[in-house]
Design a protein around this ligand. Structure first.
Ligand SMILES: [Zn+2]
Length: 498
């Protein structure tokens, strides 16, 4: 390219300049959007900005200095070479933010008779001192204005948040009630949100069942099967939306459920609209859904009551329901082949055992006694002990403690840890959530009506089940011997003499 060549005025072309950068008022405008807005604007002034006439910098940096801007540098060079008739850009911030850089650009444009047109402010008059000063002043004022506007918007938004006023459209679980004047005309801005009974009931049901250990996936599936309408009912093609695990999860995690108003990404104020869930329940739903160790037993592939829950007493592996080729009877089999049982018989026996316990509210309460503080205590204790064990192990690896010393301490700590974990588990409110609506007289009917996932969760919470191999000479088809099925309460407390 020959830099000394000055083309005649006729060969000058308009140019567009676009750059993603954050403006001083905090706004960003994408390059594509800048182009989409500027091109028709330029066309209306008789300038067609083809792709080749654009100079684009994709840096997101807030400052001009020290940032390589090849697009801007090319543009400046062409301006200085007299090749440019008009420069189009979104606003001054996009072109240059630094006063020195801006003055340099202004000077280059002025000396070559290049016009500057901003999409946001129109053409800048560079022909007079007053015009230039005015453009600078305008630019400053425009920024001042936009900062003030942003501030006003911000103040209003914060004010609404502090009042707990909902932001935007009514949320699932509530309905919006508008106010009308005497002649039936809706009064602008006057409305409140109240509980939508059916939708709120869905949220409460899902919350309760999540606390009971059911999986979000299974819940979403069930809601679809029941034909429960989703927050969005129809798409544009008129198809019904389906519940999905991810969106149901988000729905349950919303602070609004507990009457909290989110502001700047986190719950900060009390919402004006009534809560759907008690604060403590919502807290537990959030903790449950965010628990990385969460185990749900409602995987859709699990169709058998004890599959995986019941362990082989020889190898401790989960037994799986399977049909032996050529037979109709379903059996639970140890994957290593140690033993097998006819599924219907074990299912019946375990169900009877569980129901025996569930009808007795006192026994269950004894089993699940303990308050939240005790759980918190035990959990904290377990965490501390685990950390202590980790320290001992590190020290031992680094040869900072002797083997004797380590052996004197760590096994005891291990035992303490197990005890603390057991205590935390046994008294966990989660277990109470799991079965409190089943417990008591008539538990047999209520239990049998539960979905298999819930039954499995209850069984697993209450019992460890192990199956001992049949003595030689007996096979699974023979009479059922309950003494070989070890149904052991997880909490071996006198309260549960199962
Ligand atoms: Zn086995």
């Amino acid at each position: 390219m020959n830099r000394t060549y000055h083309p005649p005025t006729a060969s000058r072309t308009p140019r567009g300049y676009a750059r993603i950068s954050q403006a001083r008022d905090g706004t960003t405008v994408k390059v594509e959007r800048q182009r989409a807005e500027i091109e028709p604007f330029a066309a209306a002034r008789g300038d067609v900005l083809t792709d080749a006439l654009w100079h684009v910098d994709n840096d997101k940096s807030a400052y001009d200095e020290g940032v390589e801007r090849p697009g801007f540098n090319d543009l400046l060079r062409d301006v200085l070479a007299g090749r440019v008739s008009t420069v189009y850009a979104w606003d001054q911030d996009r072109v240059a933010r630094d006063v020195g850089v801006w003055e340099g650009f202004l000077k280059a444009c002025r000396s070559t008779g290049t016009r500057i047109v901003f999409r946001t402010a129109g053409e800048m008059d560079l022909t007079t001192v007053n015009g230039r000063t005015q453009t600078r002043f305008n630019a400053v004022m425009a920024r001042h204005e936009s900062e003030h506007k942003a501030e006003r918007v911000e103040v209003a938004a914060r004010h609404r948040a502090m009042q707990g006023r909902a932001h935007g459209a009514v949320l699932y679980g509530w309905r919006r009630v508008y106010a009308f004047d005497g002649s039936g005309v809706q009064i602008r801005g006057q409305w409140h949100d109240e509980i939508h009974p059916e939708q709120a009931a869905i949220i409460r049901e899902c919350a309760r069942r999540v606390l009971a250990g059911e999986s979000i996936k299974a819940l979403a599936r069930e809601l679809n099967a029941r034909g429960v309408p989703t927050p969005k009912v129809m798409d544009q093609a008129g198809r019904r939306y389906e519940w999905e695990a991810a969106s149901l999860r988000m729905l349950l995690l919303r602070p609004a459920n507990a009457g909290l108003r989110v502001y700047q990404g986190r719950p900060q104020f009390d919402a004006e609209a009534p809560a759907i869930l008690a604060r403590g329940d919502w807290d537990r739903v959030v903790a449950t859904l965010n628990d990385p160790g969460r185990r749900t037993v409602s995987d859709n592939r699990v169709r058998h009551l004890l599959s995986g829950i019941m362990k082989c007493a020889v190898c401790e592996r989960g037994m799986r329901a399977r049909r032996i080729t050529g037979e109709t009877t379903l059996r639970y089999l140890c994957p290593a082949g140690h033993t097998a049982r006819v599924a219907s018989k074990v299912d019946w026996y375990v169900t009877e055992t569980v129901v025996d316990l569930l009808v007795d509210r006192d026994k269950i309460n004894g089993l699940l006694c303990g308050d939240d503080a005790a759980v918190a205590d035990a959990t904290r204790r377990a965490t501390e002990i685990a950390a202590e064990i980790a320290n001992w192990n590190t020290d031992r690896r680094n040869r900072l403690v002797s083997r004797e010393e380590w052996l004197r301490i760590v096994p005891d700590l291990q035992a303490e840890l197990e005890e603390a974990e057991r205590a935390a588990r046994a008294t966990s409110t989660r277990y109470r959530d799991l079965m409190e609506d089943v417990v008591g007289p008539g538990a047999a009917d209520r239990f049998s009506a539960l979905p298999i996932s819930r039954k499995r969760a209850i069984i697993e919470a209450l019992f460890a089940i192990r199956v001992h191999p049949l003595p030689a000479g007996r096979n699974a088809r023979g009479p059922f011997d309950p003494s070989l099925i070890e149904v052991k309460p997880r909490r071996t407390d006198d309260a549960v003499a199962a």
